[in-house]
Design a protein around this ligand. Structure first.
Ligand code: GDP
Length: 324
């Protein structure tokens, strides 16, 4: 552990969240190491940070690589963000989803307990774990009724964080993250799919957008705000779990209208529903109550839903125009 400059290990550096987090930590003079599957490969969302971050090879499905990274680096902070994130995929690969998320988290926590007990650990949890919860908005103590292999895995990982905190005295915290988006989101997520389509249609590059259930509700925030919240969680005096959410639910239809209005178009003329994209009905609206994070950490999102969607559409307009 360094005496002066603080050190952080990020799993999932190359994803949307890892790239925003690494930018923030570098700006705050941290030494940042990213755990990556292939240290010779493209850093994807974190490509612009090449040379400013150290890399260590590791894979959630190869526990020895996680243990070695923790034991060798013994960083001040670990942000465990790496995980398969696209929920529908977990139906095709339930075993791999559980291994990566549950065994991966358990391995990392055990490695910290054994080799670097002073390290503070933030594990990125998911609002998906609440599933058919009996209330909305959900708080940290809302009972969970997960509905997918992904959410079962996320719930188990979340519980391990609290158990190791209580029984082995780790400074381990779970950030229960509601949906968080940006122009770095892949297009399989509905936000980016819609902002990309609005931009493409505006530029005359597409004339149709197919969607699933546009009545579905989500609590969307900007990914950079969520990562700021994760840092505040680890900077607090005492470890705990926190819901990070805007507290406001919007439907996919709302998202569609804000995105298309941003380019002066009416989505009605372009959208088609594809029954194959419709998922099972949701009983409980996944909306979070961020009171604990607001009251204890002073955290609140800085980017509104409308500003987030506008920012994403603008980025897509710019990218697509540059590619033409
Ligand atoms: P999730 O909350 O992690 O599942 O994030 P997604 O962006 O994948 O989905 C958010 C919501 O949008 C879900 O309720 C989906 O059913 C709904 N949705 C509607 N149409 C689509 C679509 O075309 N693609 C995706 N990914 N989601 C869609």
């Amino acid at each position: 552990m360094s005496a002066g400059r603080r050190s952080a290990l990020i799993t999932g550096l190359t994803g949307q969240d890892g790239s925003f987090l690494a930018e923030q930590l570098l700006a705050d003079d941290h030494a940042v190491t990213g755990l990556v599957q292939d240290d010779g490969a493209d850093l994807r969302s974190a490509g612009h940070l090449a040379g400013r971050v150290d890399l260590v090879q590791g894979d959630l499905l190869e526990p020895e690589t996680l243990i070695a990274a923790v034991a060798d680096l013994r960083p001040d902070e670990i942000y465990h963000l790496a995980a398969p994130t696209f929920v529908p995929d977990s139906w095709r690969h339930p075993a791999r989803t559980l291994s990566a998320i549950v065994v991966g988290t358990a391995t990392l926590l055990e490695a910290v307990a054994d080799h670097s007990p002073q390290t503070r650990v933030l594990v990125a949890g998911s609002a998906e774990m609440f599933g058919d919860a009996p209330e909305s908005p959900q708080r940290e103590d809302t009972p969970c009724r997960p509905r997918t292999p992904y959410s079962t895995a996320k719930l188990a990982a979340h519980q391990l964080v609290g158990q190791l905190r209580e029984r082995r005295g780790l400074f381990s915290c779970s950030a229960i993250l509601y949906n968080h988006e940006s122009e770095r989101r892949p297009e399989n997520f509905v936000t980016r799919k819609i902002t990309r389509a609005a931009a493409a249609i505006k530029l005359g590059l597409a004339d149709e957008l197919t969607l699933g259930d546009t009545g579905a509700t989500r609590d969307w925030s900007f990914a950079g705000d969520m990562m700021r919240g994760c840092r505040l969680i680890l900077a607090h005096d005492t470890p705990d779990d926190y819901v990070l959410a805007s507290g406001i639910g919007h439907t996919v239809d709302d998202l569609l209208h804000v995105a298309f209005a941003h380019v002066g178009l009416d989505p009605g003329a372009y959208v088609r529903v594809d029954p194959d994209l419709v998922r099972g009905p949701e009983q409980t609206k996944p909306v979070g109550d961020p009171s604990r994070a607001r009251d204890r950490l002073g955290w609140a999102p800085s980017v509104t839903f409308e500003a987030l969607v506008g920012r994403m559409v603008d980025a897509d307009l710019e990218q697509l125009a540059a590619a033409v």
